[in-house]
Design a protein around this ligand. Structure first.
Ligand code: BGC
Length: 729
């Protein structure tokens, strides 16, 4: 009898536990499209369940919020709907790795990527994908299914405290690399978040800044960066920003969210707010789908007030249904149902190699007079000075701040007061630079001086064959640099060291461009940005020549701040709460484009970067007609292997001058090797946006194109005719 019962149970189980029976609910059928599945599941939700999915807190014990059991502290959490098997959204920052705000998860560190600008400087789409996949996999292995990663705001103002998180000043570069990073993240079944939509161009007064810009110019610049990133990466979510754009808060901006993003671009994911960026419940009608960091707003607008608005009819049921549909659609599209995040071991050593690869290719050799670098074999004594290089390499602050595996962090607090004071500290990643240099060159005496006193540093420099000064500009969320000088007397330090030793190398660790009053007295300069977990190895590698530098500037380095449109930082010194204008009068001419338009010479142009070998370009040919195709040869003419970034710029449309990056490639060549490349140009980069017709317009005329080393140095030029054409917005 007992035996029969067993057989019966086994038989029933075989019948009922088949995949077909388990996935009885039609939305669980993975053969259906994400849209179909989302539609089927969405139809099951009650109004209360919908409302629950449309708002969530900063998942930290902040302003009375108590973490529900099983929820780990992080940037955000939105409960799921257990009845229907809808998983909660477990959100973490950000583009440079998985963060652990205020170390609320004790000891839980992560692999720190170099800054976004370092990634942009690689001009390497493969590295963007791989580094995205790496942080996506870490997020998944730590129990998260949403990464608030995908910052593609253009660096319009070099003082912006968050430029380091983003991907530079050009829409093609930022959009392409941003999109690849998103693709990498989402291939790990973690939703990525392109942000901060849009024109979040400065941190000063970020909640009160009214970014003002001509609409056509906006389409051709910052919006184009987002558009390219979204097309390429298909992010599950887009985060709107704190600031206003043309008089409307960007999270309650019908034009940006409903008309551009959802109508014109056909975006099917959801818009989440930045943390504390929701004004009121009307934002739901204006295109916002979800309120994040709700305890930072005056009210949980998308909670009870939204429900009341639906019941009173001021927000339609259709709209609320659309909001949850978008969230569910992204969850299905990225695989959150089938591949829930699972805590597992992380191979940090392997991941550090990914971070190292980005740093290796992201370092930019700005200047190398007399081939001072790589350092010669016969040096006896090297002075390493300043930058707290004995602690490791600098990183940027704010919500994107990563702490190293094991929670290890060399932290130097900066102090200060205010909302983001807790984030104001300099964190150093990787390992001590002088120690690494000693390991790399055991026969060389490496001495370190902290650089606090220029006279002492100069004496140490004088006694060495080469002096290497590390100069730091810490940047962080919530504040901008008032100017482009190196803080804390470092300009004077460099001048003193250079006077004591003409063989001085400066390694800049900055959140963007800085001015260099000592420039002409220093033979070699390396822009190391914030170099991340593999930073020390990459910097040492470039200095000693184990790594052939191949980074190119993703932002212009100016001679002075006067070369930019807003000499005084808008909003600086205004009492909190005062609304002010940020007039983006340069329009679409961001960065190098404005330098070209005004015939200004920068200190170092966008796209500039040296190598220990030389590359030659030849046989430029253009194919026109409907689409533009550009072909050319690249040859490594020097003595060692290296990687190059040939760049293609539009220089004029008919008789009208222009300066636009329309194509780039990254390729590694051995000595003497030649490769022919063909690039297909995105027609929007050749077009102007016609606001009245809401279309891109490619004019039927002659296009003048240059194969170039940077925005300022053409190697070959050619022209071609293109047919007139209108393109969808
Ligand atoms: C930042 C976002 C971040 C969010 C959550 C905000 O202050 O602007 O970039 O994702 O906080 O930490």
């Amino acid at each position: 009898m007992r035996g029969w019962r067993h057989v019966l149970v086994a038989w029933c189980c075989a019948l009922l536990c088949t995949p077909a029976a388990l996935s009885q609910s039609p939305w669980q059928d993975t053969r259906r499209t994400p849209d179909e599945r989302a539609r089927l599941l969405n139809a099951q939700l009650t109004l209360d369940e919908r409302i629950r999915m449309l708002h969530g807190p900063l998942a930290m014990p902040v302003r009375g919020f108590v973490l529900p059991p099983g929820v780990q502290p992080s940037a955000g959490y939105v409960p799921g709907v257990e009845r229907l098997g809808i998983p909660a959204l477990r959100e973490t920052d950000a583009s440079l790795g998985v963060t652990n705000p205020r170390q609320q998860r004790p000891g839980d560190g992560a692999t720190a990527l170099p800054s976004g600008l370092a990634l942009a400087a690689t001009f390497n789409t493969r590295l963007a994908y791989e580094s995205g996949a790496m942080i996506g996999a870490e997020a998944h292995a730590k129990g998260f299914n949403v990464l608030l990663a995908g910052g593609v705001n253009l660096a319009r103002d070099p003082r912006n405290g968050r430029n380091f998180e983003y991907l530079g000043e050009d829409p093609l570069l930022a959009g392409t690399l941003g999109g690849e990073s998103v693709r990498g993240i989402q291939d790990q079944h973690v939703i990525a978040t392109v942000k901060h939509f849009v024109l979040n161009g400065q941190e000063t007064g970020r909640h009160f800044a009214n970014s003002r810009i001509d609409v056509a110019a906006l389409r051709e610049s910052d919006l184009l960066a987002f558009q390219i990133a979204i097309e390429r990466g298909r992010p599950g979510s887009v985060m709107c920003a704190y600031n206003l754009v043309n008089d409307h808060y960007s999270c309650g901006n019908d034009f940006l969210l409903n008309q551009v993003l959802k109508r014109d671009w056909g975006y099917r994911g959801w818009v989440m707010s930045d943390w504390g960026a929701v004004g009121d419940v009307s934002f739901a009608t204006l295109g916002l789908d979800q309120q994040s960091g709700e305890q930072l707003d005056a009210q949980v607008h998308f909670g009870a007030p939204l429900k009341a608005a639906v019941q009173s009819g001021s927000v339609t049921r259709e709209r609320v249904s659309d909001m949850t549909l978008r969230i569910l659609r992204s969850m299905f599209a990225v695989g959150l149902f089938e591949h829930p995040p699972q805590r597992r071991e992380i191979d940090y050593a392997a991941n550090a190699r990914v971070a190292r690869a980005v740093a290796d290719e992201g370092l930019v050799l700005l200047k190398n007079d007399g081939a001072l670098l790589p350092l010669a074999d016969n040096l006896k004594r090297i002075a390493v000075i300043g930058g707290r290089a004995d602690l490791g390499v600098l990183s940027g602050g704010g919500s994107s701040q990563v702490v190293a595996p094991g929670g290890r962090a060399n932290v130097v607090p900066l102090g200060g007061e205010g909302r983001l004071a807790a984030y104001r500290s300099m964190t150093f990643h990787s390992t001590s630079v002088p120690v690494a240099m000693r390991a790399r060159a055991p026969g060389v005496q490496v001495v370190f001086d902290d650089g606090r006193y220029p006279a002492a540093a100069a004496a140490v420099a004088h006694s060495a064959d080469v002096a290497i000064v590390f100069a730091n500009q810490w940047m962080g969320e919530g504040e901008d640099a008032p100017d482009l000088s190196l803080p804390e007397g470092q300009d004077a330090l460099i001048a003193a060291v250079a006077a004591a030793n003409p063989r001085t190398v400066v390694v800049l660790q900055t959140g963007g461009p800085v001015t260099m009053p000592w420039h002409d007295r220093v033979p070699a300069i390396v822009a190391a940005w914030y170099a991340g977990a593999g930073g020390t190895g990459a910097i040492t590698g470039v200095l000693f020549g184990d790594v052939n530098p191949s980074g190119r500037l993703p932002v212009t380095f100016p001679v002075s701040l006067q070369q930019y449109p807003r000499e005084r930082l808008p909003g600086l010194g205004l009492p909190d709460g005062t609304r002010f204008e940020v007039p983006y009068t340069e329009g679409a001419d961001v960065g190098y484009r404005r330098f070209a338009a005004l015939n200004q010479e920068p200190l170092y142009a966008f796209g500039h970067g040296l190598s220990y070998t030389q590359f030659g370009y030849a046989n430029l040919s253009l194919e026109g007609g409907r689409d533009l195709r550009v072909s050319f040869d690249v040859t490594n003419q020097g003595p060692r292997a290296g990687a190059d970034t040939p760049q293609v710029y539009l220089r004029a449309i008919g008789a009208r001058r222009a300066s636009r990056l329309i194509g780039f490639a990254k390729l590694t060549l051995s000595p003497g090797q030649t490769r022919r490349l063909t690039l297909q140009v995105d027609p929007r980069l050749l077009a102007d946006f016609d606001v009245a017709r809401n279309r891109w317009r490619v004019r039927g005329t002659t296009y003048h194109v240059a194969l170039a080393r940077s925005a300022a140095v053409n190697v070959q030029s050619a022209s071609v005719r293109l047919a007139a054409r209108w393109l969808e917005p």
